[in-house]
Design a protein around this ligand. Structure first.
Ligand code: HEC
Ligand code: HEC
Ligand code: HEC
Length: 407
């Protein structure tokens, strides 16, 4: 147990030694550099940077099913940022979801994941944030629906759903697997998007990482489900996707494109491989949905649209051109129960995300103007149910609804 813990948290142990030595003095460059890697792995900028010219100054609007909330200013400004906070205030905010004045945060701030972090890691993050330029930017109050505006309610929420505590390494697994677990279930909070939520917005922990709707998109299953999960992906496929935003099976779009650019593309090879290893060992958290194939008329209508507009890039047999035009046969995201991500891409088109490892761009036109709800439903049903694929029927009403969602 001790060896594994030591190995998993090796980096934090090193940082810890540096932290204690540095408490009185300025933090060391090593500690600050280490803190920066954690800030990237936790994608703090993804929520706390609204304006790239004022990094971490907050103000970004986060939409939740309960209303909107604005991420606060994390720069060291003493009045409007966190410059006047004690280190213990910072650690308590991240690991317990409690503000310096004792009030509760909302879980739109992923403290239910950050609680898995070691204290030393939180202090390394604090050391890095302390080196930012202070920006004067006043925090905006949340705009939540009644009764959620009352922060005291979060005490009840925490009592019911929040499981505070450090990441507990699994002794039967390797140090790399446990490092992956520390990132996925903690700092990198993958489940914040990929785990289904209950009525109160809390993770359905028994169905961890088995797919979830997020802001007009669908974050697909990351467990070992054969058709709609990562069973058909190798650990190398997962690592390549996280580092370059694409692989021979799929491309990252929407919110995942942002996660790749801000966070996973900046991670070390070892961390990305650790995540891949952890995900490859996840058994399916629930059964695949049974699919009734669309009738012949629907398939014909869809094929007509596909033959006219899509074959130029994706080919008649759907194979496309790996890393340029993603292949559609066997595509897990395409066959997901929830078609939201597929509909977004067909309606709005897509620019392939660019990363240092894969800088070339790709382009798919959007078809929102050109195609009717019936035609988009038909072509979606066709690609979800051709070449051995199987995905539940999409109705024109679902397309109409997707048109109204924000991009
Ligand atoms: C998914 C969006 C999201 C991510 C990612 C995120 N935060 Fe936040 N954070 C928020 C929101 C929203 C709040 C405000 C919560 C509230 O008001 O109840 C917040 C609050 C905070 C606070 C309290 C600040 C204050 O003034 O009270 C701290 C500290 C903080 N975050 C640090 C971090 C760090 C460090 C990271 C990266 C490791 C991070 N956050 C990642 C959304 C996020
Ligand atoms: C902000 C929400 C969000 C977060 C956080 C997030 N994801 Fe995603 N993820 C998505 C969405 C949405 C998609 C679908 C992307 C698309 O439409 O191309 C996706 C797709 C993926 C895919 C591709 C699966 C497939 O079958 O195509 C992988 C792999 C993945 N995410 C891994 C991760 C990992 C690992 C983490 C944590 C380090 C993570 N994601 C964090 C939203 C998120
Ligand atoms: C000009 C070339 C082009 C045409 C025409 C085109 N696509 Fe695409 N398609 C792409 C590219 C490039 C991507 C990758 C986008 C990205 O990186 O997010 C893509 C992605 C997709 C995806 C997401 C697959 C994944 O795993 O990320 C689907 C589904 C899709 N296209 C369906 C269609 C359909 C249906 C049509 C016709 C109505 C069509 N495409 C027409 C180039 C094209």
């Amino acid at each position: 147990m001790r060896t594994i813990l030591a190995a998993v948290l090796l980096c934090s142990a090193v940082a810890g030694a540096v932290t204690s030595a540095a408490l009185a003095a300025e933090p060391s460059p090593e500690l600050i550099a280490y803190g920066k890697t954690l800030v990237e792995a936790g994608d703090c900028a993804g929520c706390h940077t609204a304006d790239p010219a004022r990094p971490f100054a907050g103000g970004k609007r986060i939409d939740t099913p309960f209303g909107a909330i604005y991420a606060p200013n994390l720069t060291p400004d003493r009045e409007t940022g966190i410059g006047a906070w004690a280190d213990a205030d910072f650690t308590r905010a991240l690991r317990a979801g409690i503000a310096p004045d004792g009030s509760n945060y909302y879980p739109a701030f992923p403290y239910p994941y950050f609680t898995r972090m070691t204290k030393d890691d939180t202090l390394a993050i604090r050391a890095y944030l302390g080196t930012l330029a202070p920006v004067v930017s006043r925090n905006k109050p949340p705009e939540l629906r009644w009764p959620f505006g009352y922060r005291g309610l979060m005490r009840i929420w925490n009592a019911m759903y929040f499981k505070p505590g450090l990441y507990e390494p699994d002794q039967s697994q390797s140090a790399a697997w446990n490092r992956g677990g520390y990132l996925v279930t903690g700092l990198s909070h993958c489940g914040a998007c990929h785990t289904p939520k209950n009525y109160f917005g809390a993770d359905k922990t028994a169905q961890a990482l088995s797919g979830n709707a997020v802001g007009g998109w669908y974050a697909p299953r990351l467990d070992g489900a054969a058709r709609t999960g990562l069973k058909s992906w190798s650990a190398e496929d997962i690592a390549e996707y996280l580092q370059s935003g694409r692989n021979a099976r799929s491309h990252a779009g929407g919110p995942m494109a942002e996660v790749v650019v801000n966070s996973t593309a900046k991670m070390s090879d070892a961390d990305v491989r650790a995540i891949a290893l952890y995900l490859k060992n996840l058994p399916p958290a629930r059964r695949e949905t049974l699919v009734t194939p669309p009738d012949e008329a629907e398939m014909k209508a869809g094929q007509a649209v596909y033959a006219k507009l899509c074959v130029a890039c994706h080919e008649a047999d759907g194979t496309g051109s790996p890393r340029i035009y993603p292949p559609l046969p066997g595509n897990a995201l395409l066959q997901s129960v929830n078609p939201s991500s597929t509909l977004r891409i067909i309606l709005d088109g897509a620019h392939t995300v660019t990363t240092p490892r894969a800088p070339n761009t790709g382009e798919m036109p959007g078809y929102a103007k050109q195609l009717s709800d019936d035609e988009i439903a038909a072509v979606t049903n066709y690609i979800r149910n051709s070449w051995g694929n199987a995905g539940p029927m999409v109705t024109p009403a679902q397309v109409a609804k997707a048109r109204k969602e924000e991009r």
